[in-house]
Design a protein. Sequence first.
Length: 258
Amino acid sequence: MGRQPCCDKLGVKKGPWTAEEDKKLINFILTNGQCCWRAVPKLAGLRRCGKSCRLRWTNYLRPDLKRGLLSEDEEQLVIDLHSRLGNRWSKIAARLPGRTDNEIKNHWNTHIKKKLVKMGIDPVTHEPLNNESKPEQSSSPDNNITENEGITNSSSEDNSSTTPTSNCSTDDDSTLLDSICNDETLLKSLSLWLDEPPLADASWNGTGATAATETCSKETSLPTCREDNIAWLLDCQDFGIHDFGFGCLNTMNTLAKE
DNA sequence: AACCGGATCAACCGCCAGTCC
DNA sequence: CGGACTGGCGGTTGATCCGGT
């Protein structure tokens, strides 16, 4: 029998996302919230699979993402968390506001792994490399941590609003953001939100991405998701909206109030 | 200036767990 | 209870970038 593919393979586009596709997805989610990813491509007019849309949104388009290289503090936190949690990237990412599991996973594989090896530490066991007699002993990720163990993420939050590295905006981003800023419909809906007194729902900070998703998946009604959007727009401001290249929202807000 | 190899990271794939009917 | 469906996760791939020669 086998399960159905996650999407109709016929006519489903793959590969890098274009600015136009990004715009459609952002527009759709800002208007309708994150509800039922399977339906998103159809409703948003995208020839993509829902999974791909979700990935694109969570890993790249979400406005509360920090982008840029991880700071020293964040890196240290990742190492610490990895020693306790193992390759549970989503759990690790949940402790690093504005970072995605994919980003952390990539950073681990490209930077941190090598760094640890250079320091003579086994990146898997977190034991000294020349002391590999009991590899499975401390490598077990489950041995000594619970979800609510007191790991602070303040180190990353402390500098979250300050300095994402300078490479956070590419030419494509600029094109995309320009096109978003020039999109009247999108700007109108956003300015409406920014004009309203937003609800104090913190679901988008920290582990909030998950929380927001859960809210949406449990309550598929659009208004709930819309409230989440308002919350993360708030968080955009908390993080420093320019950090995400969404500076146009501020401009728009100013315009809306005039 | 051209080429090459390594580094980086966005995106895909397959599997799994939770939920619904 | 069991099958179908969906969202989420972790591993992997491949296109692009970048520095060295």
